[in-house]
Design a protein around this ligand. Sequence first.
Ligand code: BTN
Length: 261
Amino acid sequence: MDWNLDVLQERFAGKLFGCNFCYIPETQSTNDEAWKMGVAGTPEGSVVFADSQSRGRGRHQRSWHSPPGVNIYTSVVLRPKIEPDESSRIPIMAGVAVAEVLKTYSRLQVELKWPNDVLLNNKKICGILSQARLSEGKVDFIVLGIGINVNTEQFPDEICESATSLVIETGRKISRQDLLISLYENLEKWYKKLLQTGFEPVKQKWLELTPMIGHTVEVMFHGEKIEGKAQDLDSDGSLILVTEGNKKIKVSAGDATIIKR
Ligand code: BTN
């Protein structure tokens, strides 16, 4: 176990992210824990992290592989004063922040896959799940959940081709505690930038980190397979595609995969 809660307390002191933190050895899902904290009125920046999750959740009702003792499973409660249709900017921002941190651990390529998967060496190393609670048409809070495959050496058959971890790619064991600290420091930097200067800097960094723009991608959107050239990221985090018939489409949900590189 590489958590030292006293050190974490010291490192998070005076920060927004981690102002309050809660370590749970085993939970169903850190997003569920953070949601409960959000409902109970916990301050913005409250962090929860766990050593294992029995029902780790991904986007689109998928599960998130969450074995004990090896990875990062964490969620933070945010209370941004933004419009509900701007809430997708938060997970996009988080993808940028995670990718930047992971770049410091490996010389291999770190890339973003729309909307917010982080890939290392072309395989998924991090997933982000954000959930917003609205109240009277406003954002009450957002739970931003992040899972990073750190020291997992083997994945179940279903995902072994598509998933990777830091230990697999770098050949060395990584301290989860150091990574958690860097993660929240960088998230705080990008979150503040997003709130103070708007979406543009996040978008520019996202565009720098994704290989998708200019390539033909495929997305399942409302049960329909859409193919088009990825052109841009919209201000609400949607992916803008141009189809073969030169039609511009804004895709706000789904998973995009490059089909022609
Ligand atoms: C995805 O890629 O589909 C998103 C995966 C998100 C996984 C993280 S792990 C911490 C937090 N708790 C969860 O149940 N899910 C997120």
